[in-house]
Design a protein around this ligand. Structure first.
Ligand SMILES: [Zn+2]
Length: 548
């Protein structure tokens, strides 16, 4: 190869100075490049004396970053030198290829860095697929091995520590997430949420001055025992959540009161409707959703409801909608809509699904009214007419008739019939200034109907404004008001706060918040999901700790 050509190619491949390309063998998928070091002498690694006496050479291949989609393989000719220093214990040494490759490595450092970056953002399986697309041959295990070799980020002193648990597997296994609240970065992931585990970590980090935590016993114990120097702060998010749980119970008890005052008429009306048993028409009749699908729907709905609760909790603490959106990895528009509606959306199938059963529906309905209610009989009747489906389908349609017929034909209930302690809880907690006039009216109605609800609302708002405005000094006054209210659940809530009083008052006063921890928990959940639930702690930890 001509020296000029070789120099050009060398600069394209960005090879370090001192490395010469001797020839190139391109194929459709691969670029094999023969390279050698051209320095005439090499220093001995032992005595550092240069030697020019070549003992021999050998070949070694190393994968490099791909070039224009082609895999690049460097075929290195590595020389062996004889050390000329008589007293040197090293007789023969291999030349180093500084900046190009480490001894024994099969990839260049820049390729390793790229593979690690792929692993960090996309994990083993996905990373391998991406690597393959860009011309890097690797396997998930190689990729993960390189990923695990990344050094842990430099440990820095933590002043303000946020601590929370997260579910590895909901209701089965939990871990603990430690976040530097000032830098908003994950600093450690612990494999469980036991006090002893957290204590051990805290003892190794005596520079922690503030521990922001939930109201659970374990973290409280750990902080008290292992970080006595630190000020403990109960996180406001958890305070709001605990208050909401209490409200739900109180309002559940008021439900009868609230609904009764509503309207005395609906009850008898319903009874007559029940007697009439209105049947669906051919166009409104739907088969009942199979239980496993119904269950999946319910699970998704529960998770949406959960997100709505979290959203309201954050908003109630005074975060803007934009901040809530960012923290929950949702669009601002979605956050706005959900909050405006006062609940998580329910996604019901909008149009009725077409079915091969449709042409026979009228006939089956007629027979049903004649008193034939057995799915099997009905099925046989229409099969004779050419119905191509199975008896299961007929069973599902018939099941829908057996279910409460009101569910199928009646429009959704309105007014205070709609009262649910769950929805009301969030009306109570939110800043009234953030509520639409419609929601304010709904709230006013509830308070009008129940004295307990009114008093509860007063105490809730008192607590929430104390929390929003950081006026922990009003905590005593609030406690007294609750005590005087005789609302048992609220008093129980107040008593539980009293047990952890210092940390609660600190939470109501100081500006520290576990918001960044919540954000990191969300990130962890997303990452865990992207790893298809196979996330092992060391790998998950490596990915989270090294993430930018
Ligand atoms: Zn030597």
């Amino acid at each position: 190869m001509e020296p000029r050509e070789a120099a050009l190619l060398s600069s394209i491949l960005h090879l370090p100075a001192g490395i010469t390309i001797t020839s190139v063998h391109p194929s459709a998928t691969e670029l094999a490049v023969d390279v050698a070091c051209h320095a005439s002498s090499m220093p001995c690694p032992e005595c550092h004396q240069p030697s020019a006496r070549i003992h021999g050479h050998y070949q070694r291949t190393v994968a490099d970053l791909p070039c224009a989609g082609r895999t690049v393989i460097l075929a290195l000719t590595v020389r062996k030198f004889v050390c000329s220093t008589p007293v040197c214990p090293r007789k023969i040494f291999t030349e180093r290829l500084p900046g190009l490759v480490q001894s024994y490595a099969r990839m260049t450092p820049r390729l390793i860095m790229f593979v690690q970056a792929l692993g960090l953002v996309s994990g083993g399986q996905m990373g391998t697929r991406l690597a393959d697309r860009s011309g890097i041959a690797t396997t998930p295990s190689t990729l993960l091995r390189h990923l695990m070799q990344l050094p842990a980020p430099m440990a820095r002193a933590v002043r303000v520590l946020g601590i929370d648990d997260f579910a590895w597997k909901k209701r089965f296994r939990y871990g603990t997430l430690l976040v530097d609240l000032e830098r908003r970065k994950i600093i450690e992931i612990l494999p469980d949420r036991e006090s002893a585990t957290v204590e051990k970590w805290l003892k190794e980090h005596p520079d922690v001055e503030v521990v922001s935590r939930d109201r659970g016993k374990e973290f409280r114990k750990a902080a008290t025992l292992a970080a006595p120097q630190a000020q403990q702060v109960v996180d406001r998010f958890h305070l709001v959540r605990n208050l909401a749980e209490t409200l739900q119970v109180v309002l559940g008890h008021c439900r009868a009161e609230i609904r009764q005052a509503e309207s005395p008429s609906p009850a008898p009306e319903k009874a007559t409707e029940k007697n009439a048993r209105p049947l669906p028409t051919v166009t409104t009749w739907q088969q009942r959703t199979p239980p496993h699908i119904e269950k999946a729907h319910q699970a998704r709905q529960a998770s949406r409801d959960d997100r709505y609760r979290q959203m309201t909790t954050l908003r109630a603490q005074g975060l803007t909608q934009a901040e809530v959106a960012q923290r929950m990895h949702m669009s601002e528009r979605a956050v706005r809509t959900w909050l405006k509606q006062g609940k998580a959306p329910t996604w019901k199938r909008k149009s009725r699904r077409r079915s091969g059963f449709d042409p026979y529906a009228a006939y089956v309905l007629e027979r049903w009214q004649d008193g034939i209610h057995e799915a099997k009989h009905l099925y046989e009747g229409i099969r004779a007419q050419g119905f191509p489906g199975t008896v299961r389908i007929v069973q599902r349609f018939v099941q829908a008739l057996r279910d409460d017929p009101e569910k199928i034909t009646l429009p959704p209930p309105t007014g205070a019939d709609r009262f649910s302690s769950n929805t009301a809880t969030w009306l109570f907690i939110r800043d009234p200034k953030q509520l639409t006039t419609e929601k304010q009216a709904e709230l006013e109605l509830i308070c009008q109907r129940s004295q307990t609800a009114r008093k509860t609302y007063e105490l809730t708002q008192q607590f929430m404004s104390m929390l929003r405005l950081r006026r922990g000094q009003e905590f005593e006054a609030w406690l007294e008001a609750v005590e005087a209210s005789h609302i048992a659940e609220l008093r129980r809530f107040a008593h539980s706060l009293l047990k952890d009083k210092d940390a609660v008052v600190a939470g109501l006063t100081l500006s520290y918040s576990n918001g960044p921890v919540e954000a990191q928990v969300q990130k962890l959940k997303l990452l865990k999901r992207s790893m298809f639930g196979r996330a092992k702690l060391p790998l998950l930890r490596q990915r989270l700790l090294n993430a930018a």
